[in-house]
Design a binder for this molecule. Sequence first.
Ligand SMILES: C[S@@+](CC[C@H](N)C(=O)[O-])C[C@H]1O[C@@H](n2cnc3c(N)ncnc32)[C@H](O)[C@@H]1O
Length: 349
Amino acid sequence: MEKTEKKHQRRVRYKGTHPKSFDAKYKEHQPDKYIDTIEKIIQKGDTPAGMHRPICVDEILDILDIKSTDVGLDATLGYGGHTTEILKKLDNKGHLYAIDQDPIEIKKTKKRLSDLGYGPEILTTKNINFSDIDYLVLDSGLFDFALADLGVSSMQIDNPERGFSFKHDGPLDLRMNPQKGIPASERLRELSKDEIIGMLIENADEPHAIKIAEAIISSYTRGEMINTTKAFHQVIEQALSFLPKDQKDEAIKKASQRSFQALRIDVNHEFEALYEFLEKLPIVLKPNARVAILSFHSGEDRMVKKSFQYFYRQGVYKDISDKPIRPSMAEQSSNGRSRSAKLRWAIKS
Ligand SMILES: C[S@@+](CC[C@H](N)C(=O)[O-])C[C@H]1O[C@@H](n2cnc3c(N)ncnc32)[C@H](O)[C@@H]1O
């Protein structure tokens, strides 16, 4: 009898009901259509893909004390969460100038806000860097209030094509405006070992800066380029391979987060842009104008504090916050991304 050998077929791997990749999360990309899905994700303390949850909204509105006829500036439009709340206060009477350096997300946000009924009569959006507010004011006139919610948006972090996170593989880019400057992969290639160490320490207080810089340089020496988020993460894994097994995973995760942050700050010239913005802010404000700045990095919070204190001593601001306001415990537990936020305010003389 002929023996028929049955070829073993590999069982198809069960992928689960929840899409894991950014693109596959089609429900999260259509928040108007799948309200229940969005609410479930938010209740879990997460942020749906393609969305950004505004932080410290009540505290910011309290500081800005918006009158319906005000002319205001939102220097970091993002998803438009804060902008929407500000526009409600303006009640179709005043005007809001909302800017963002991200040419990809600003288009989507403009459309979303226009669909909500906020057209050019109440809202002007511009794709510019906030370091250029002195040019903006030539069109807008002086502002009654200004808000800046620093750092990156959840849409930028979560989109693998933008290369902001090691959680997904993608090009190591990290630019908020991909039309300007060079991607992080090219920037990293330009830096010497000492410059990488300096960047990791100054931008992210990275305790393993020397080991990581050595691993980056030896990867280049072996002819292995670091062009993707995964490749950058792997170099950090190699650099920390000396750590004991029980500490390694957590240490690699933290070091990766800090290293991506350090590189992002460098590629986007974030400290330089913030310094210029803070220097120019008083000249674009009307007397008694109110300013709120939300930061997520101790270096940025220090810059905001120092600038407010300096201009307060000069009599340019008549009052400033003496310590940062933190998100409520309820907000911190309902939105993990709010945990490091610090909010400071100033009032123009
Ligand atoms: C934390 S998000 C703002 C989220 C927004 N408040 C909301 O409620 O959706 C920060 C935004 O600021 C933008 N941004 C960061 N630095 C900037 C700069 N120097 N000039 C203009 N926009 C900047 C980023 O592109 C990002 O969209």
